[in-house]
Design a protein around this ligand. Structure first.
Ligand code: 5AD
Ligand code: SF4
Length: 484
């Protein structure tokens, strides 16, 4: 299984296909909505905003596609294979429409934004198209389907953050939740389609973020993940140069935002994703170190270990800068887990440049890495400036080398945990066994252990007895909070 599927599967396991019965104050309109999400955590979070907008209009959501009147599919464009997967699914839905002609199929997210009217007008795969900033318009677009008007809204906004919308949680665990803090991205990494599909970066009102996290905690949630394409560039009431916009109001940066959420309760764990090496400040690291409930786990994509490749990627840092940030993490948060993303076979990547990625893998020894072959995306800077000239064979060979080395690193790290005790937040029963529970430790590693009399939402101390490359196995030695 490749890394992308791995990551999706992880989120899929949490969220997909869950029958979600929504309590709405609005009288039901008798129509049922099925939402399916692909790609990054932001998409899964957005689908919860969509569920909220729709239930306010009287729709109910269902996890059973067979009873759906409307299917919305929230899509990813990051690599070509992500789009291929969605196209296959849309073809399935097209066949389903032959049996159920009234079924409305809509496409949301990055593919909707990138392809605009194409899937509706040319390929006739969908009835409705809504880009990431157009979800408030969904009920109106649904009404337009079949009226002869084009049910398409792909306008990107400079200020939409859905700040006032309280997402309807589609994750049945009721323990971990995503909270988006920024939308869009201003970085323009040359390989990346996100700035084109999600628009300019904007930060959400910190008070609404605090309120959403507080509400989640009151509803029994024990972990929130603060989401943004680049969480470190979160800023409220400040320009990107750090100037204050309105001096009658307070400003908030990412470190301050995280610090404010951390004091909701020591029993609420805070995670965040994704950090950017060029923007991750010591202040952020010090905030993590200061609060026990901010998890010691940082996802810090490097993309390549070679400075020239990083320049072509327009990442805004060098190999040395990245290593300096790693040193800062070790200095300020000793023992912090660090994970990364790597792209192999980017335009003009030489064997020597690839070797630099191999050596940095040996040097940093990330706990985990998501590794991808470069996939050229239309309209990106790389597509316009460079040639996608590393052959498929070479890309595959380099990816295999990187995966093998990283697997070895991950396995060694896990082996070292045997005999140690980890604090784990239980997310629910293990997928593979009725008598086992599954949760995550501070480092975001999955831990599986016999249930004893623990419940989901409990914090437990688990002694690690065995491991696989991605999972730790153990025994509960203490249930910290049996009362909850
Ligand atoms: N090709 C391959 N991988 C990509 N990513 C982003 N764009 C591309 C692309 N065009 C990877 C990066 C990013 C992760 C979310 O996806 O590693 O960090
Ligand atoms: Fe894409 Fe770079 Fe923005 Fe991440 S930081 S979303 S890789 S442009």
């Amino acid at each position: 299984m490749n890394q992308e599927t791995d990551r999706n599967k992880d989120i899929d396991e949490k969220l997909q296909g869950e029958a979600t019965i929504i309590k709405s104050t609005m009288k039901p309109n008798g129509r049922k909505l099925y939402v399916e999400s692909y790609g990054c955590a932001m998409n899964f979070s957005d689908s919860e905003v969509v569920a909220s907008i729709m239930t306010k209009k009287g729709y109910t959501t269902t996890g059973n596609i067979d009873e759906a009147d409307i299917v919305l599919i929230n899509t990813c464009s990051i690599r070509e294979n992500a789009e291929d997967r969605v196209r296959k699914r849309l073809t399935n839905f097209k066949n389903r429409k032959k049996r159920q002609p009234d079924l409305i199929v809509g496409i949301l997210g990055c593919m909707a934004e990138r392809l605009k009217t194409k899937l509706l007008e040319e390929e006739k795969l969908v009835d409705l198209v809504a880009g990431p900033d157009a979800y408030r318009d969904l009920p109106g677009l649904i009404d337009e389907v079949g009226t002869g008007q084009k049910a398409v809204n792909v306008l990107l906004s400079r200020d939409e953050t859905y700040a006032d919308i309280s997402p309807i949680r589609l994750d049945k665990s009721g323990i971990t939740g995503f909270v988006s803090i920024t939308r869009g991205c201003d970085n323009m990494c040359s390989f990346c389609v996100v700035p084109f599909t999600r628009g300019r970066e904007r930060s959400r009102d910190p008070q609404t973020i605090y309120n959403e996290c507080d509400e989640l905690f009151k509803n029994g949630y024990r972990e929130v993940t603060l989401l943004g394409q680049n969480v470190d560039s979160y800023r409220w009431n400040m320009t990107s140069k750090g100037e204050i916009k309105d001096d009658t109001k307070p400003t908030t940066n990412f470190a301050q935002l995280m610090g404010s959420v951390a004091i909701i309760s020591p029993d609420l764990r805070i995670r965040f994703s994704t950090s950017h090496p060029k923007d991750m400040s010591d202040e952020v690291l010090e905030t993590i170190a200061k609060h026990d409930n901010i998890c010691n786990s940082i996802h810090l994509p490097i993309q390549s270990g070679n400075t020239e490749v990083l320049k072509r990627m327009n990442r805004g840092y060098s190999r040395e800068w990245y290593l300096d940030r790693i040193a800062a993490i070790h200095r300020i948060i000793p023992g912090c887990a660090i994970t990364t993303d790597i792209i192999t076979g980017f335009c003009d990547e030489t064997e020597d440049e690839h070797r630099d990625t191999m050596t940095i893998l040996k040097e940093v020894k990330w706990d985990f890495a998501y590794m991808y072959k470069y996939s050229e995306r239309p309209k990106t800077l790389a597509e316009r400036r460079f040639e996608d000239n590393v052959t498929e064979e070479v890309k595959s060979a380099r990816l295999t080398e990187i995966i093998d080395l990283q697997r070895n690193n991950s396995a060694k790290k896990n082996l070292k945990q045997i005999g140690k005790v980890h604090k784990v937040l239980i997310e629910g029963p293990s997928k593979r066994s009725d008598i086992h529970m599954s949760g995550r430790n501070d480092h975001n590693t999955k831990v599986v252990f016999p249930m004893k009399n623990s419940k989901k939402g409990n914090y437990v101390l688990v002694k690690i007895t065995d491991c696989t490359t991605a999972t730790l196995l153990g025994e509960i030695i203490e249930i910290i909070d049996p009362a909850k």
